[in-house]
Design a protein around this ligand. Structure first.
Ligand SMILES: [Zn+2]
Length: 213
């Protein structure tokens, strides 16, 4: 793909992930490798519903110098660059505040991935990366230290998620599979706790009845 095609792909990815509820408002961001030296990244604080290809920034991978795009790049550009530098096999890096996996990130709950399709996408475990404020070099360093060649999803404590893949489709699949896995594991934990605690069981029953009614 040429630069324009990559920038348009970033727009299309944002639209798709927004529709699915993984990117709310201006939250979350996406980076897509153009070639060995450059990557495209979403602009900072831009409504993804109205974003066009010309809004997508192009940065040099080595030093984050902006070479195209009139808007400022995402504050998480450094985070994505660390992923793209450390993992030459990765062409797409996606940061989201997706609802259920982010709940796991808030709880500091690392996820074991069962063998099968999810493990092929995500790897054997989804680790928790220690907290650092958004957009900081501190957060980038923490994530970089946690990166593994066989792991494509990471929970950033008290913040959100980073998923990556060999192409855009694989990275989106990791986002979707991580949400599925997080939902399965949280449901199991809640059910196990409800089995021990009658009050919680009754509350969940009432919530279920209210949602059904
Ligand atoms: Zn974030």
């Amino acid at each position: 793909m040429n630069t324009q095609q990559v920038r348009q792909t970033v727009v299309d990815l944002c639209a798709r992930l927004s529709r699915q509820g993984y990117l709310a408002g201006t939250g979350g961001n996406i980076a897509l490798r153009i070639d060995a030296a450059r990557f495209a990244v979403t602009p900072s604080a831009t409504d993804y519903a109205s974003m066009g290809a010309s809004d997508v920034c192009v940065l040099r991978l080595a030093d984050l110098v902006q070479v195209e795009g009139e808007r400022s790049p995402s504050v998480e550009s450094g985070l994505h660059a660390r992923v793209l530098r450390a993992r030459p096999d990765v062409h797409c890096s996606i940061h989201t505040h997706q609802p259920v996996a982010s709940a796991c990130a808030l709880a500091g709950l690392a996820l074991d991935v069962p063998p099968g399709a999810l493990q092929r996408t995500l790897g054997g475990t989804v680790p928790v990366v220690g907290y650092a404020p958004s957009g900081t070099g501190w957060l980038s360093c923490r994530l970089a230290r946690a990166l593994r060649a066989d792991t494509n999803a990471y929970l950033m404590l008290n913040h959100g998620v980073l998923c990556c893949g060999r192409n855009a489709q694989a990275a989106v699949q990791a986002v979707e599979d991580l949400e599925t896995l997080a939902r399965q594991q949280l449901s199991r934990l809640i059910a196990a706790r409800a089995a021990r605690e009658p009050l919680l069981r009754q509350t969940l029953q009432r919530v279920g009845d209210a949602l059904a009614g």
